[in-house]
Ligand binder design. Structure first.
Ligand code: UD1
Length: 417
């Protein structure tokens, strides 16, 4: 078990580059499976989930070499359609291999994915959509056996909910299908746009990425490409929340301010001054933060569920009452009891959390229960009086590359034990 130690209270200050997006890198790695020739992804974060995806690619027969943020994949020789159970369980995003394995080999055999325990994470939308494209899918004993006896054929798909994972899986299968696929009520997240951009660089034809209706012309051969992964908007939101909570001033470089449109107004409402250029975000915190209007998590361009926990840690120190409504996952307030141990005042009931701001938080021993909840404890720890020890920091490492080094680089003493 890894333990992240933070010595507070400290003030976050300085300039730091935003890490590459984890939630983009994982589907992009799955997409490389469809390219004949070498693909290079740049700006990949060094995270356990990324390593696991590289292992999945190798298990399928690809050559995959990771070096200093660059991952080179050669998918010329895919030798199997089966992903080992132990790799599927490593991360939730392993399910995004279903569409491309099926599209590339005509078959896919895998088990249900693992990942953080933040609520039921069904894959019914993925399965129903792939069936519409002509896949035959049998499920038994937690195992999925998929085949496409007649090959995949384009179809009109209407998603009942704009699921990010399902949209990615459909896109990856549809580029291999004969004919045109439309996805109505598609997810509009920046990671979807990044995936569409990459597939187009490889020779695919996709229209409408970032809008509610996506149109994919399938059946075109895909070649390799060099692609730079977008910056991680959740990493950026976490550091902005920490700068705000610690009364700090930070400049994020290599950022995409447009991806943070749902988050920046909330920080401004709390009293932060924010300035953006095309690729930097500077935040200056006020002496005392103000509570914010209700924050409701929603599909993009709504407030991201992944930024809810880090922002909540900030509001613990804001004057007044802030309200959160978590609409995406059921069990996403696991950080609340841990923040209470640090002196916060939070009540949760179902989807709702009510945060009454307190003047101070205090460092103590707490436990990360999931990735973003763990990051929230780091935000609180930076502002808290005394030492905070966050157990199970390996969960945080799923999404933040060497968080202790990044925090230390901007004035927050942090180390791993
Ligand atoms: C979600 C987030 C995404 C984030 C990712 C990683 C949303 C909309 N999605 O994506 O921004 O980057 O977590 O933390 O905020 N669902 C079904 N059946 C399915 C698939 C999903 O019912 O087959 C439901 C889920 O239970 C959940 C909702 O749809 O309530 C969102 O799921 P989805 O967008 O698919 O989740 P992720 O792809 O994990």
């Amino acid at each position: 078990m890894a333990c992240l130690m933070i010595q507070g209270p400290a003030r976050m200050e300085g300039s730091i580059p935003v890490q590459g997006s984890k939630n983009s890198t994982l589907p992009l790695l799955a997409a490389t499976l469809l390219c004949k020739g070498e693909t290079v992804l740049e700006n990949c974060p060094a995270l356990s989930d990324v390593t696991a995806c590289c292992e999945i690619l190798r298990s399928l027969g690809c050559r995959c070499v990771a070096d200093e943020g660059k991952i080179a994949v050669n998918a010329e020789d895919v030798v199997t359609s089966e992903i080992p159970d132990e790799l599927m369980r490593e991360l939730r995003s392993s399910i995004v291999f279903l569409g491309p394995v099926l599209g590339r080999t005509g078959r896919a055999e895998l088990t249900f994915p693992g990942g953080c325990e933040i609520g039921a994470r069904p894959i019914d939308l993925h399965i129903a959509a792939l069936k519409k494209l002509g896949a035959v899918i049998e499920e038994s004993g937690g195992r999925l056996c998929c085949s496409a006896p007649q090959g995949l054929t384009g179809a009109d798909i209407v998603l009942p909910f704009p699921s990010v994972g399902a949209t990615e899986n459909i896109m990856l299968a549809a580029v291999c299908a004969k004919g045109i696929t439309t996805i109505k009520n598609a997810a509009r997240e920046p990671e979807i746009v990044d995936l569409a951009d990459f597939l187009q660089e490889c020779g695919a034809k996709i229209g409408g990425a970032g809008e509610s209706t996506l149109c994919i012309e399938g059946g075109r051969p895909l070649h390799g490409a060099v692609h730079r992964v977008i910056p991680d908007r959740i990493w950026a939101a976490t550091f902005l929340s920490a700068a705000a909570a610690t009364g700090g001033e930070i400049c994020l470089t290599g950022a995409q301010p447009a991806h943070l449109v749902p988050v920046l107004p909330v920080l401004e409402e709390a009293g932060c001054r924010i300035r953006c250029t095309y690729d930097t975000i500077t935040l200056k915190a006020p002496a005392v933060l103000r509570a914010v209007s209700p924050v409701r998590t929603m599909p993009y361009p709504g407030f991201p569920t992944d930024a809810q926990a880090p922002l909540m840690a900030m509001t613990c120190l804001a004057r007044g009452t802030s309200l959160f409504v978590e609409n995406i996952f059921e069990c996403r307030y696991k950080h609340a009891p841990e923040l209470l141990r640090m002196g916060a005042n939070i009540r949760t009931e179902g989807k709702v959390a009510v945060v009454e701001g307190v003047r101070r938080l205090f460092g103590t021993r707490v436990c990360a229960r999931d990735l973003r909840g763990g990051a929230a404890l780091a935000v609180a720890g930076a502002a808290a009086y005394g030492q905070t020890a966050i157990e199970h920091a390996e969960l945080i490492e799923r999404g933040y590359e060497s968080l202790e080094k990044s925090l230390s680089a901007v004035g927050i003493p942090a180390w791993m034990e």
